[in-house]
Every structure is written in C-alpha cells, then in structure tokens.
Design a protein. Structure first.
Length: 225
C-alpha cells in the first residue's frame, strides 16, 4: 500500500492535532490560527505548529487573504487560513480497493443497460479498466506489470514464470460474491497485461490466502528479476 496514506492518518493520533483537524473540517469557511486557538482554548504557537503539521500530512490545505471588509493600504496583512484538503484518505491493511471494483461494476451495469449480458459487460469493463492502466507503463515489461498490480494492492511476487498475487484487494466482496469478483479480477489483471503488451496470461487458480488469479509469463518473455 502507499504508506503516505498511513502517515496522513497517523498525523491524527495526537489528540490536539485531531481536535484541530475536526474543528477546521466542520467550518463552512477557512479558519485562521487565532480563531482556532480561541475556539479550542489553546496557545497560538501550539495551534500554528499542529496546523502546519496537518498541512504537511496532506490533511489540510492553506490559502492567504485579508480578513474583514477593509481593502487598500490600511487593510492590514493577509492571513494564513486553513481548510480541509480535497480528496480522501483511507488506510486498510492488507490493502483494499473497493473504489476500483465499484468503478468496474458501475461501468459494467452501464454497458449491460445497452443490451449486453451482465456477465459479459462486467468482464469487458474490467478488461478495459486494466488496459487503460497498463497502457500507461512501458510496453513488454513484466516488472512494470507487477509494479502496477502492486499499486492496486495485489502484492505480486514473481516465482519463475508465474506472477503470484498474495492479496485480493476486493477480499470482502469476493467472499460473498466469489464467481462474480474472481471473474472480473481475472479480466482486470489480463487487461493490465494486454495494456502493457508483456505476454502474460491471467488464469483463475484460487488458493487459500491468495488472490484467485495467477499470471503466467509466456516462455519467450523474460520474467521480472
């Protein structure tokens, strides 16, 4: 998983920092240091330190502007204001990517509404999503293939001519809808391989404690070191 996400969440372990984040996140407008210090009854230097730590962790963003209605030379200095950063931060161990499987399923349902059978539509959506991802990497590179799968939470490792996937990023959903999720998983992994053009075939070979998919490297292709 991307450990920067864990570091961002870890920044909230400090109770003062967490209180400041919660205060800023619930305001309708950006918050100045003085306002936050007064609201939480904290020293200004403490508030400044913790707010800037939250910015460094990617949880808050800043902007600069003058407070009040006055303008011109006598309006005073601009103030540094804090607001919740855009985007989402979540951490799970092992890594889970329910956003990815949700995107695939939603795309599949849209395809099915045009008349394709649902199973075919979901497989097609999974393959297309994988190909789009694979097309961003260097072609013909099994190491890049494994790297892309690692970024999606599959925890790949190369053993001989096989890329084993130690983790299923859709684990909870796969346990309750095994055939559906394993099928789209295979289509997605194959799509990544096709996008990179690295001569890999994704196969359904479930084993306890691993992803249901294994990726077989063609004999003429050099496996990742």
């Amino acid at each position: 998983m991307d450990l920067s996400r864990a570091a961002s969440v870890g920044a909230l372990a400090d109770p003062t920092r967490r209180s400041l984040y919660e205060y800023v996140a619930t305001r309708h407008a950006p918050v100045g240091r003085e306002e936050a210090a007064a609201a939480l009854e904290l020293p200004l230097h403490t508030v400044k330190f913790h707010l800037d730590k939250l910015v460094g962790a990617g949880l808050l963003a800043t902007e600069f502007r003058r407070l009040g209605d006055r303008t011109g030379p006598g309006a005073g200095r601009t103030s540094k204001l804090y607001r919740r950063a855009e985007g989402e931060v979540s951490v799970s161990l092992p890594d889970r990517r329910y956003d990815l499987v949700g995107h695939i399923l939603a795309s599949g349902v849209e395809r099915a509404s045009a008349g394709t059978s649902l199973d075919e539509a979901i497989d097609a959506a999974a393959g297309e999503t994988g190909r789009d991802l694979g097309a961003e990497a260097a072609p013909g590179d099994v190491a890049a293939f494994a790297q892309l799968l690692a970024a999606q939470g599959f925890e790949p490792r190369v053993e001989g001519d096989t890329v084993l996937l130690a983790n299923c990023p859709f684990d909870t959903l796969a346990k309750s809808h095994t055939a559906l999720v394993c099928g789209l998983n295979r289509a997605f992994v194959q799509g990544v391989a096709d996008g990179i053009r690295c001569g890999v075939t994704a196969c359904l070979e479930p084993e306890p404690g691993q992803c249901c998919v294994k990726a077989r490297v063609s004999p003429e292709v050099s496996p990742a070191p």
